[in-house]
Design a protein around this ligand. Sequence first.
Ligand SMILES: [Zn+2]
Length: 386
Amino acid sequence: MVRGTFQLMKSVNKSTVLNKIRQSGPISRAEIAKVTGITPPTVSSIVKELMDEKLVVESILGESQGGRKPTMLLLNRNDHYVIGVDAGSDSIKACVSDLVGTILVRSELPLQAHTTIDSFLAVLIQAIQLVIKEMGVEGSKIFGIGIAMHGVVDVAAGISLYSANSGLRNVHIKEVLENTFDLQVIVENNSRAMALGEYWFGDYGLLKSFAVVNIGRGVGSGIIEEGKLRYGAQEIAGEIGHMTISLDGEKCSCGNQGCFETFVTGDAIVRRAKKQIPDAPDDLTGEKVYAFALKGHTAYQKVLEEIGVLIGIGIVNLIHAVNPEKIVLGGGVMKSHDFLMPSILATIQQRALTEKARKNTLITLSRVGDDATVLGAAALLLTKLF
Ligand SMILES: [Zn+2]
């Protein structure tokens, strides 16, 4: 058993009380009893346990309901921590977060192009060592390490099976990191981790079904239903980047043709712009397309509007397959949202099957932003705790 595995005796009631304090703290014992239906003596004994475990602390006095002022409860932000890592295709970002998603320290190290498994793991370990050292807390205060890895991941074994961008296969991330750090390690696909980060820290309220679409170098999505990530039978649920949009479209990194992501990634935007704009510079990037559009160049604006239609088509497919209450859009490409969003929304209005789906599917931009993935990686551990 690795040291960081926190053995919380999780009864349903304890989980309910802890989550109520997480979501609604500061909150009084009486209010917890009232909203959860758990008896006041049971709430008090659970709270005592949680305080003994240093997960919960007492705080400022609440509003009196006539008698003595109640003591309020909230999560203890200063005793337990989690490490989150966003292992991208060109850099590795690591952070230490408290239990409510405040990033306390962070590191970022570049990955070499054409990296090998050994050099990838060496950079990963170094990025984690840097944040542990800077944080300067004992290992026993760290619940574990969550890794958000791009590509296809075997979550149970903690192995990165395949990542198209770096070309690495079968990287035993969990085994290597648990042996190095003596902490619990959870490995997850980056888009699913991002969905978890948005769901936990985006303050969207309680939603029955929630999807996050990550559009950047590739396209992925994470689907959360009833508070839990959805994997599918072979753990590829949400791989919407590889939905076929065009039978004879461009070749995709996965080997198929005409996948959704061949139309909408940063590289796809550059290819479209170069095709349509004769004087486009050779060193054009997705960021430059956006900058030209912002300066008022209508040809570049038109490219982004067309990309918005294509993203809209992918989102409509997601609505038809999963029908989530809310879809959050994030990733590097969505930084051009002022040009993309109108045509995304118009496409959904034109194509979604029913009026209810058109009207009631909530589409928004990421609230957590660039930290959604690294915080979602940290939240992988929190889902075990709460
Ligand atoms: Zn593909």
